[in-house]
Design a protein around this ligand. Structure first.
Ligand code: UDP
Ligand code: MG
Length: 313
């Protein structure tokens, strides 16, 4: 029987893990594949680790990695992808917002020869209006300014073959924006649309500020547009200022009196000063990314694992 590795990042998910595993075991009955679960405890403060330890003891196909602290979902995904060795790999959330019922359909598509079977939410029902508006604007913007397409509503929930995962692992950047990396590697992708599902239990660990930072991460990692905009705006404002200087010089020669209007001057100075700071901020964002990359710190530290090989811990 073919096996599928299932990578599941968990952060404070004590309430959802067992519900998840029950739902998955029902699906496992319905397909002719063997599931190997790899949970990643991303530094949870609740009893997530305890639950995973018990499940790993109870089931031979359940394993876990546990981080020394919270490193973020991206790091958890990376750790999972690096650890598994199966030919087929699924990444999914534990809160049942990634519906397990889609897995049989995904396996059918991968059998047809697709390299990636991804999922896409058709709607954002149940999400706060502001959050879904912000998300929509983000997808609109990033698709305008980046060469890597990022499908609106696309989830991290996807089934990939080994070749795709190996390609993703070759991208060893520290600043990881998985949605972009998954798309950047290319390959034949089939999207399965589905209706939005609410969390089974617990609550989301993403605040609005975190989503904002995550979106910024996506833009800075996958687009040079902010740098180009800063350069072009700087260039045209210099050109404009040069033109204005010439105009005022000539008119003051003709009229023989100084140009009145210091308020407009103050406005211009403030405007240009503000723009310079803004552009410096953009530049700083990219430089900080370079700084993180050159430091080459590991994306995560594994404190313990149910897999007893030296290469992992
Ligand atoms: N998660 C994680 N580390 C974090 C935040 C989240 O591993 O720092 C996991 C979380 O346990 C869940 C998945 O990532 O399995 C998605 O998180 P969540 O449901 O909070 O996000 P949302 O669905 O609201 O976007
Ligand atoms: Mg969720």
């Amino acid at each position: 029987m073919k096996s599928v590795a299932i990578i599941i990042p968990c952060y404070n998910e004590a309430e959802t893990i067992e519900l998840y595993l029950d739902a998955m075991q029902a699906i496992e009955q319905a397909v002719s594949y063997h599931f190997n679960y790899l949970f990643i405890n991303d530094g949870s403060q609740d009893t997530t680790l305890k639950i995973l330890q018990n499940l790993a003891k109870a089931y031979s196909n359940v394993n876990y990695l546990s981080f020394s602290r919270n490193f973020g979902k991206e790091a958890a995904l990376l750790a999972g992808l690096k650890t598994v060795s199966d030919e087929l790999i699924i990444v999914m959330d534990v809160d049942l917002q990634d519906p397990p019922e889609l897995i049989p359909k995904m396996l059918v598509q991968i059998e047809k020869g697709y390299d990636i079977v991804a999922t896409r939410r058709k709607d954002r029902t149940g999400e706060p209006l502001f959050r879904s508006l912000a998300a929509k604007s983000f997808y609109y913007l990033i698709n305008k300014i980046s060469d890597t397409p990022i499908v609106d509503g696309a989830r991290d929930f996807r089934l990939m073959n080994r070749q795709v995962v190996d390609s993703i692992l070759k991208l060893d950047e520290v600043n990881r924006f998985s949605k972009g990396l998954f798309s950047w590697v290319g390959f034949d992708t089939y999207y399965i649309p589905y209706e939005n599902h609410q969390r089974s239990a617990g609550k989301t660990s993403w605040s609005f500020w975190e989503i904002f930072k995550y979106s910024l991460e996506g833009i800075v990692n996958f687009s040079e547009a902010p740098l180009n905009i800063a350069t072009v705006t700087g260039f045209f404002s210099c050109l404009g200022a040069g033109g204005a200087m010439l105009y005022f010089f000539i008119t003051s020669l003709i009229d023989k009196n100084p140009v009145p209007g210091w308020p407009s001057l103050v406005c211009i100075i403030l405007f240009l000063g503000g723009m310079q700071l803004f552009c410096l901020g953009i530049l700083g964002k990219y430089i900080s990314k370079i700084f993180l990359e050159v430091k080459k710190r590991p994306s995560y530290i594994i404190k313990e694992s149910s897999i007893k090989t030296k290469s992992i811990i």
